[in-house]
Write a protein of this length. Sequence first.
Length: 288
Amino acid sequence: MSFPSGEAPRTRARPVGRLRVVHASGVAGATLVAAVGAHHEAMDAGAGILKDGRRSAVTQVCPERGWLCVKEYRHIGWADRVRDALPGSRGRRAWRGAQRLKARGIAAPEALGLLEHGGTAYLVTRFIEGAGPLNELLLGRFAHPRGPSEVAARRALARQLGAWLRAAHDAGVYHDDWSAKNFLAAERDGVWSFYFLDFESVSSLKHLTWRRRVKNLGQLCDAPGGATRTDRMRFLVAYACGDRALLRGRFPRSVLAYARRRAAARERKLADGGGRRCSVCPWTGRPR
């Protein structure tokens, strides 16, 4: 499993002094501290790195109890510190999000612990063997499927993903960014398993509005490749679960229109060199 960051390696600072274990679940604090130490060793050695970005880094480590993942939440300026001071740090929000998913039976890598040192937080989770990011699966395996079996696997993925995400919405789980990069997928004997990968923006809501459902589904329908328009319709039909209000008329059209506007906004941002945030609203297609 890999998460390409598209960024050059940078000088990394190790934490000085003792790490503070904020939360631990089923593992000793010493194991969590060892995992963070292994994370920094992996970053220094350039081995086991799954992501190395400006705001976060993820490594796969194996200190004592099998493969673990450590996500490091970095501060890049005073704005991050201000945002973290309001609803809590990104690490603490991620821990709360993981607990919400667990309480509602929604699959995600098991959160084992949260540690902090200064303004940096570390979330330690189980590593899920055989799973990979959904966006990489679509672009790699399914962009040009070879033979009927691969086409059938892609269709099954679309249907099963739609049903799984409908269950998540019905359980009151909402996430600001349902991009394909924020999910893991694994196949076994023709059955797909899916896992939430990004916990920071997970919310628990009693009722999901039509607008929020459209936004989440539009984000997934905007996957950059590996899915045809027919696959997207299969995904929406599976999500609808027989609900006629979601099968006809305004809802599917709104989802696909949102996905198109989101893609157009991304293209404009790329054309602008990616130097500033795109000023196009994915809801209306108009400048913000």
